[in-house]
Design a protein around this ligand. Structure first.
Ligand code: GRG
Length: 279
C-alpha cells in the first residue's frame, strides 16, 4: 500500500475494529470476521467524498464506510459457507464457519448486514438538517441497491446458477458481484458530498471501471497461482494478453473520469495499486 492509504486506513480502523469487543462467543466471532482485510470499499467511499468536496471526512462518512465494510464482510462469510464456495480459508486464516460453527457463521453474516442498515439509518435520523438527511437516505439507498438483486446478490445468482456462456455474460456477472459494492462506495461517497447528476454519473462509471479492473486482476492472479482453475472467469473466454488489454482499456477510462477532478491524486494512486497488486 502507499502512505496516504495507510493514513486513511488507520482512521477508519480506529473506529471499525472496536465494534465487537465484548467477551461473549458471538461478539468474538463477529470480531474474528472483521479483523483483517484491505478495506478497499470503505476507503474508496471516504476518498471519493474528499475528492468531490475538497473537505475532510466526518463521523458521518466514517459510519457509512463502516456499514459498507460490514456488508462486504457478511458477503464473504456467506460466500465461504459449504452451500456456496465451501472454502476453508480466507485472509490466511480458517473461515468463520471452520473456526466457529456453520450456524454461527450464517447468523454473523445476518447480524453484520442488519447492523449496516441500523448504522446508516441512525445517521439519517440524527442528520443536522434536511439536506444532510436527504444525502444520508440517498447514500443508504445506493448501498442497498448495489448490495441487492440489482448488484452483488444478482451477480452471485448468475455465478451459482452458472448462467455465463460468453465473455459478455461474465462481465455482467462481475458487474454485479464484484463491482456492486465498489459502485456503492463511489456513489454513496458522492451522495454524501451533495453531488450533481453529472458527478453521480461519473462516479457510477468510475465504480464500474474500478470493480472490473480489480476483478480482472484477481483472475490473472488466480491463473498465476493455480493454472488449473475450475471456475469460469473472463480468461476462460479470452486469454491472458487480451485480459491485460482489457484492464488497460478500463483503467484509461477511469483515469479520464478522474482527470475531471481536482483532488484526484489518491484515487489515481489507488487505481494503479489495484491493477498492479500481487495479492
Ligand atoms: C454470498 C451474499 C453473497 C455474496 C457473495 C462478494 C461475493 C458475493 C463473493 C465473494 C467472492 C468473490 C471472489 C467476490 C469477488 C470480489 C472479491 C475479489 C472479493 C474479495 O474482496 P477483497 O479482496 O477482500 O477486497 P478483503 O479480504 O481485502 O476484504
Amino acid at each position: 500500500m502507499f502512505r496516504e492509504y495507510n493514513e486513511i486506513l488507520e482512521r477508519f480502523n480506529d473506529k471499525f475494529i472496536d465494534y465487537f469487543n465484548n467477551e461473549d462467543d458471538f461478539s468474538q466471532a463477529l470480531n474474528y470476521s472483521i479483523k483483517e482485510g484491505k478495506r478497499i470499499r470503505p476507503i474508496i467511499l471516504l476518498e471519493i467524498y474528499k475528492m468531490i468536496t475538497g473537505k475532510d471526512i466526518t463521523e458521518r462518512e466514517i459510519d457509512f464506510a463502516i456499514a459498507l465494510e460490514f456488508i462486504h464482510n457478511y458477503s464473504l462469510i456467506h460466500d465461504d459457507l459449504p452451500a456456496m464456495d465451501n472454502d476453508d480459508f480466507r485472509r490466511g486464516r480458517p473461515t468463520l464457519h471452520k473456526e466457529y460453527r456453520e450456524d454461527i457463521a450464517i447468523l454473523a453474516g445476518d447480524a453484520l448486514l442488519n447492523y449496516a442498515y441500523e448504522i446508516m439509518l441512525s445517521q439519517a435520523i440524527t442528520s443536522k438538517d434536511n439536506n444532510s438527511m436527504i444525502q444520508a437516505i440517498k447514500a443508504s439507498n445506493a448501498i442497498a441497491q448495489q448490495a441487492g438483486i440489482k448488484g452483488m446478490i444478482g451477480g452471485q445468482v448468475i455465478d451459482v446458477l452458472e448462467l455465463s456462456n460468453t465473455k459478455e455474460d461474465i462481465l455482467k456477472m462481475y458487474t454485479g458481484k464484484t463491482c456492486g459494492l465498489i459502485i456503492a462506495a463511489t456513489t454513496a461517497g458522492a451522495y454524501l458530498a451533495n453531488c450533481s447528476d453529472e458527478v453521480l454519473n461519473d462516479m457510477q462509471r468510475l465504480g464500474l471501471n474500478i470493480g472490473l479492473a480489480f476483478q480482472l486482476q484477481d483472475d490473472l492472479l488466480d491463473i498465476e497461482q493455480d493454472e488449473k482453475i475450475q471456475k469460469l472467469t473472463y480468461i476462460s473466454f479470452s486469454d491472458v494478453n487480451q485480459t491485460k488489454d482489457k484492464i488497460n482499456e478500463i483503467t484509461n477510462d477511469a483515469i479520464e473520469i478522474l482527470n475531471k477532478y481536482e483532488n484526484n491524486e489518491f484515487m489515481i494512486s489507488l487505481l494503479n495499486y489495484l491493477v498492479k497488486r500481487r495479492y
